[in-house]
Design a protein around this ligand. Sequence first.
Ligand code: BES
Ligand code: ZN
Ligand code: ZN
Length: 499
Amino acid sequence: MKFTGITGNFTEATADAIAVAVFKGEKPTDATLKELDKMTGGIISSLIKAEEFKGDANETALIRFVPKGTVKASRLLLVGVGTKADYQAHAICKLAGTATRFLRKRSIKSFALIPRSEASASEVAQQSVQGFITSQFELDKYKTKDKEDKQVTGLIICIPDAKPADLKAGIARGQSIGESINFTRDLANEPPNVLTPTEMAKRAQAMAKEVGLKCEVLDEARMTKMGMGSLMSVSHGSSQPAKMIVLRYTPVKSTAKKGELLALVGKGITFDTGGISIKPAEGMDAMKYDMSGGGTVLGTMRAIALLKPTIPVIGIVAAVENMPDGNASRPSDVVTAMNGKTIEILNTDAEGRLVLADAVAYAEKQGATRIVDMATLTGAVIISLGSHNTGIMGNDQALVDEIIACGKDTGEGYWQLPLSAEYSKDIRSDIADIKNIGPRGKAGTIMGAVFIQEFVDKAKWAHLDIAGTAWADSVRPHQAKGPTGVAIRTLLNLVERSQ
Ligand code: BES
Ligand code: ZN
Ligand code: ZN
């Protein structure tokens, strides 16, 4: 893939097509649109006049024209971006993605993008490249025919008067982030017979080597020795051994306060059958994505290693398979977690919280002062928030607010649910300290969070329930259906804001 920036006029670009952002209700009066209108013999004006193109977000119209002068392209794609207020920096990512997917279908190999954004040149370049890369991810890895073999390989970003150094920096950032998002999506797309906990650990190690992160993998013997009885109980029913993946990023020069450490912790259930509390057959196949929180941690750590922020970050993934067999946990078993708390397992399908219990306790033992965990934890969050917002809860309002704000910047929605002592009472067990489920049909997402909270000691902690947002059920103009790589951009923003 080739990315270039142009700081002068778009007519300098050598590409098969040009794609331009058009605002809602806009007429071609500004210099760029005027020139494009002239170039196409007034077709932009007539499309707008006939209301065949209105400029709504993601609307597209393709115009063919006979190139003249220095222009090589013979197609112009108008892409609607809505109102100026709608068109924030993160919308450029969608613009680039929509244009890429549209032009790819028409076998175009390269195009010049005119984003017409007021954001900084580096931001515009970053978002353009990121959208270009993430839009071309497809689910067809295992197809032997009918693969999406068309690829747009060249992107020329036109930002008049930009400094070339800013463009270059933005392009590099966009590439690091876009490829890391796709890295995460590829993991979630893997079938569970391929992506076992062992394979997930191998991929983490290879990635760590590639980008320069420290990677340590704890095996079952180590975890048992450390007292991770909660995590290990989930693994007992599987013939695949569990792995705890630990990635460490240490900046060359840290600007963090002494002793401050951010931990990203992910649920990495490579397949969730439910265990003995087995799930119904219908829809069980979707549970290969139950490692998405862990995948998010790996992709975010990959991008961190490439972007080199100035704070240390530790990434932890509890990679475990939840299966039913003769060694599996029974509903009513009692296990002891690493922090000494006893847990009555009343439903073996509430396994995510069981593995996260030991993973967050381990994070704090490693010195984490802030912990953000990501998990496809509850079906209940899909019922309450659908697929447009990630559920967020935590023990520190400032941290929760910061993450929500980071999401606003990057175009990722979060909605907070309350945690309070009353909810914590709902998971008190008759025979152990706590039980792994709350009252039937009540506040399922919050129950998951208050459970994890029991394993956080002094750290500031936030929990992101990504069950509704980690997988897109249908194709979008800028993105294939399937794994979304949600939360990576938010977390990167959190890391960079903390510098
Ligand atoms: N991985 C599931 C959560 C899930 C369910 C994600 C459906 C996406 C779609 C999780 O391990 C689970 O099974 N949770 C149970 C908890 C319940 C037993 C308290 C759930 O949500 O039903
Ligand atoms: Zn489950
Ligand atoms: Zn699960």
